[in-house]
Design a protein around this ligand. Structure first.
Ligand code: LLP
Length: 415
């Protein structure tokens, strides 16, 4: 079954007041479709849960960086969490305000730091001492002060897929929480650095909030120790948001309750709270529509061959991720147990294996659900396939927010 805001009306799949088959037919497939209303509501859920606690919600641009989506979120008052100069460029192009941007990431280049400092971003989430030194020297040359938070690694197991778990000792991220005090002391010596924050991100797609609470308690204890040493910590950046349901039996964690619990734990600490949710704002608000090309069976398997592939949505191939697959017109009788595969020449090019699903036939359209986050942004041109179009729905209307690539686009820049 689809997840809200996608739902059937009279066995036709809709998002908001638009029938998806209408988009699939006129925009062509594969195509990503997003609900503007759902994205705005999901952002507000975070923002409003903080209530009167001083806070800022920085949407994690990496989850979906389409200019129209950034513009929509900027209009809602969102800040932005970026991890590259390219993302900063997108945010500024979309009308995002630089003073509402935080720059995360373990490998910022000199050029990116300079671009961010001269744009006047809010702060850097710093991941190493060498990065601090680099930011200090560039800030000095530009005659500015750089606000930083040091990203600490609290050794908390996020219990998520190993590729998107980031808070353990062996991970490349952050500075060991036990070494952090010394690093802050050295940061105090750097003339163009204002070390006023602590940041922490232990992983993505967390359905259980217990590891986040454990990490928060460790970070709050660190804030106490830092202040005792004279480091004037003013803000706490708690990293990404909560996970979302991909499977029918998964329950969406309650964002409001989680944020309120965070505020309660931080009460009395005189901290501005920051969060960087991505997936939970755009993930459930989007789907990838695709057309069934062929049905094919072998002795042991039934295959549904569709026109989308791993280059369009890599999550199943890369993280063994589950995406619910539903027909746009649920009129066909019965179900089939099949592998849903794309045209790319790799056995890893599948969206589902041995999945019981609607008995779709060539010409039918399907939706791959919960594809609004880490979908299009991870798309590639592998097999020289044009990347899909993107469509934004609002109420009863829809528009392209990115046109499908053409063959000409695919060879641009090549001799
Ligand atoms: N802040 C930092 C420092 C991050 O590394 C991330 C995600 C976020 C915020 C946003 O986290 P979210 O609210 O989306 O959970 N491609 C993978 C997910 C990679 C997540 C990377 N970092 C996937 O498709 O599952």
């Amino acid at each position: 079954m689809p997840f809200p805001p996608f739902s059937y009306r009279d066995r036709n799949l809709y998002v908001e007041d638009v029938e998806l088959e209408q988009i699939a037919r006129s925009a062509g497939t594969p195509v990503y479709v997003y609900s503007a209303t759902a994205i705005a509501e999901r952002y507000r859920r975070y923002d409003e849960a903080f209530g009167s606690t001083p806070h800022e919600v920085f949407y994690a641009v990496k989850a979906n960086s389409n200019l129209s989506i950034l513009r929509l979120l900027a209009a809602e008052g969102a800040g932005f969490d970026i991890v590259s100069g390219g993302e900063l460029y997108r945010v500024l192009r979309a009308g995002g305000r630089p003073e509402k941007v935080v720059f995360s990431g373990v490998g910022k280049t000199r050029e990116e730091v300079e671009y961010a400092l001269s744009s006047g971003i809010h702060s850097f989430n710093c991941e190493s001492e060498s990065e601090l030194t680099l930011i200090d020297s560039i800030a000095s040359r530009l005659g500015v002060k750089a606000r930083v938070a040091i990203r600490v690694n609290p050794h908390v197991d996020a219990q998520t897929h190993p590729y998107i778990s980031t808070g353990l000792r062996d991970h490349k991220f952050g500075i060991d929480i036990t070494a952090a005090e010394d690093v802050y002391s050295r940061a105090l010596q750097l003339e163009h650095i204002v070390a006023e924050g602590v940041s922490c991100h232990i992983g993505s797609q967390l359905l259980d909030t217990a590891p986040l609470k454990e990490a928060l308690d460790a970070v709050l204890a660190l804030v106490g120790r830092l202040r005792a040493r004279g480091v004037p910590i003013r803000h706490l950046d708690l990293g990404g948001g909560l996970g979302v349901p991909y499977k029918p039996d998964q329950v969406e964690p309650d964002v409001t309750a989680h944020v309120q619990d965070v505020c309660a734990r931080c009460a009395g600490h005189d901290l501005k709270l920051m969060m960087e949710p991505g997936r939970s704002i755009v993930g459930p608000a989007g789907a990838l529509l695709s057309r069934v090309l062929y049905r094919k069976s072998t002795e042991s398997k039934e295959f549904v061959v569709v026109d989308a592939a791993m280059n369009d949505l890599i999550r199943p191939a890369l993280y063994q991720a589950y995406h619910e697959i539903v027909p746009l017109r649920a009129h066909m009788p019965g179900t089939v147990v099949a592998d849903v595969v794309g045209p790319v020449c790799e056995t890893g090019d599948f969206f589902a294996r041995d999945r019981e699903m609607a008995n779709v036939l060539p010409g039918d359209f399907i939706a791959l659900c919960t594809a609004g986050a880490y979908g299009f942004v991870l798309a590639s041109n592998y097999n020289t396939r044009p990347r899909p179009a993107e469509v934004l729905v609002e109420g009863a209307s829809w528009k392209f927010i990115r046109t499908r690539e053409t063959y000409e686009d695919l060879v641009r820049g090549e001799e």
